[in-house]
Design a protein around this ligand. Sequence first.
Ligand code: DGP
Length: 114
Amino acid sequence: MENCIFCKIIRGEIPSKKVFEDEQILVVEDVSPQAPLHLLFLPKKHFENCLDMTINNEAVVGFILRKAGEIAKELGYAESGFRVVQNNGAGAGQSVFHIHFHLLAGREFAWPPG
Ligand code: DGP
């Protein structure tokens, strides 16, 4: 998508701090971290959120969750716990309409979330 911020990051047109990349996904540090560890998992193929999913997007979502667990473990957060968050729609806090998963760790997390 031409004007999507995350598509621009994926294309390298906006700089980012890259943690992992393969042919399907890019993982970068969030520019506005809400926890000591705050990473964004971005599918390279643009779709907005859960409402914009098709059967073609299902596999990458599963891959992202597995990869989030692997990275959290590698960085030492398996014991302390971590949170994976995905917002759908402005009313739920989605501000960038290219689906992404937040990996947050390194502090206490409240429930229910704010
Ligand atoms: P959400 O509110 O769930 O749509 O999360 C969007 C996140 O994207 C938010 O935590 C801030 C982050 N973000 C916005 N612009 C940029 C950017 O240009 N680079 C990076 N690394 N993160 C960004």
